[in-house]
Design a protein around this ligand. Structure first.
Ligand SMILES: [Zn+2]
Length: 481
């Protein structure tokens, strides 16, 4: 997911560093020019020095922190809840993390989850984090010029979204199959509960970006058959039939074909994921859908104004729909200070490049001086809990879940550094007065209810109508570029 910009361009903030108005390449170049060196340093620090420091600290303080945990009644309650209710995380980018691994790209065998993995996810830490089920993201880039699509350019003028999507589904399924002692492929609510009863992580697949269907409902159905149980309607790039949150709004929401995609997902029993889409698409999808929607990794826009977050006006519609906002651990979504800092970086960068055209050495020196005087703020576990409580307050306790985005992010929320940390978040909410029943809903009962409902709706709709053979050329009445 981190293609090009080490710190800023994750799957999440790629759109941000690309600018909100779709001026992607121009603003990408600006970041590379002035900021890349310091970002690379930061990433090196975070991936090696910081990690080994943390390991050392953990080794030194292991005993005392363990007894502190034992003494914390809220953590004990959190663990008891997660022992008896599956924690279903909405978004983990491990498949893309493995595809992009610097040492062994694409190599499921070499990226050994039985050992301490270089990323945020491995078997031991999943167990420590009491993860009960996981929507493994089979993310693919939305940008047509992404290097993953280049090999396809030799045989076709199209980017090859479907090829890369098939590769990622296959890669994810090979990960799941490789660890039968801990992971169990799941495609239904019942599968998840069965896996949990067998002490395995129910492993669902979630697609990220409707570009993967290449405007074909037949392709959508094929992905369902391969196991995809949600599809985020867009990633960061606006499609022929849906506007993305971080790109130009070309349609004012969903086109008629976009609405047909939602209806066909309902018929199949694939959850409609509204993370990454514009607020107009959120509205349209809620108008059309016959099943609950999810937001696999989005926080509150009224708390942090990031366009990837969900406005209160949409949150208020969720009780009627039965949908679930799964709050992520993305620093710029949950911390206003980090979000503001990202915007400030963009402003400073543009200013420095304007004042020192072409002189990358001086640009770097100025940026480093600014950064030294204005340290990067951090995001905290408490802020993640604040977003969860906001969704609960504006929607309801039935409409909130967790969608970490681990291995799709390069900057951590303090206290939620990897998949081993989930219980700490539940302990924080218990401390704030959440009942066990509330914590169960947040952990997995809400999203499992939504998935089950989607299955029931699918059975009904399959009785009522055949597979849609609608085509975008017919429904949207214009040639597709
Ligand atoms: Zn994402």
């Amino acid at each position: 997911m981190v293609s090009g910009l080490p710190l800023l361009q994750t799957s999440e903030n790629a759109g941000r560093s690309h600018g909100r108005n779709g001026a992607r390449n121009a603003s990408r170049a600006s970041f590379v020019g002035a900021i890349n060196p310091i970002l690379e340093t930061l990433v090196r620090l975070s991936s090696t020095t910081v990690r080994s420091t943390l390991v050392t600290i953990a080794a030194l303080t292991g005993g005392s922190s363990l007894s502190a945990q034992k003494a914390d009644p809220y953590l004990a309650r959190a663990k008891a809840v997660l022992q008896s209710t599956p924690l279903v995380d909405g978004h983990n980018d491990l498949p893309w993390r493995i595809r992009e691994d610097t040492l062994h790209a694409n190599d499921v065998e070499a990226y050994d989850l039985r050992k301490r993995a270089p990323g945020m996810t491995d078997l031991a830490r999943l167990q420590q984090g009491m993860v009960g089920a996981q929507f493994w993201s089979v993310y693919i880039p939305g940008e047509q010029d992404a290097s993953d699509y280049k090999p396809n350019g030799k045989v076709s003028s199209k980017p090859g979204y479907a090829r890369v999507q098939l590769e990622q589904i296959q890669l994810a399924r090979r990960i799941i199959a490789k660890y039968p002692e801990r992971l169990a492929f799941a495609s239904t609510e019942a599968d998840v509960r069965r896996a949990f009863a067998n002490k395995k992580v129910g492993s669902l697949l979630g697609m990220e970006g409707g570009h993967a269907i290449e405007n074909s409902l037949e392709a959508l159905r094929a992905y369902y058959d391969l196991g995809a149980r949600y599809m985020t309607l867009t990633h960061n790039v606006t499609l022929d039939w849906a506007d993305a949150a971080l790109d130009t709004a070309r349609h004012g929401g969903l086109t008629p074909f976009g609405r047909e995609v939602v209806r066909e997902m309902n018929r199949l029993g694939m959850l409609v994921d509204l993370s990454h889409v514009s607020a107009g698409v959120m509205s349209n999808a809620l108008d059309v859908t016959a099943a609950p929607v999810i937001f696999s990794h989005s926080a509150s826009r009224d708390m942090v104004g990031h366009l990837r977050n969900v406005p209160d006006s949409i949150l208020r519609r969720l009780p009627a729909n039965g949908g679930v906002v799964m709050v992520p651990f993305v620093t710029s979504f949950v911390s206003k200070a980090v979000f503001d800092d990202d915007n400030e970086i963009a402003r400073i960068d543009a200013d420095i490049r304007k004042r020192l055209p072409g002189d990358t050495v001086a640009q770097r020196r100025e940026f480093n001086a600014w950064r030294a005087a204005h340290p990067r703020p951090t995001a905290t576990l408490a802020q993640v809990a604040d977003h969860i409580e906001h969704v609960r307050k504006v929607a309801s306790v039935d409409n909130v879940g967790i969608g970490s985005d681990f291995d799709g992010i390069t900057e951590n929320v303090v206290g939620l550094e990897d998949v081993s940390k989930f219980p700490m978040l539940f302990a924080e909410l218990a401390r704030r007065g959440w009942s066990d029943a509330d914590l169960r809903k947040l952990a997995g009962e809400n999203v499992l209810r939504a998935l089950k409902r989607a299955e029931v709706v699918s059975v009904k709709l399959k009785r009522e109508r055949p597979a849609s053979i609608a085509r975008i050329e017919q429904l949207d009445r214009r040639p597709v570029p």
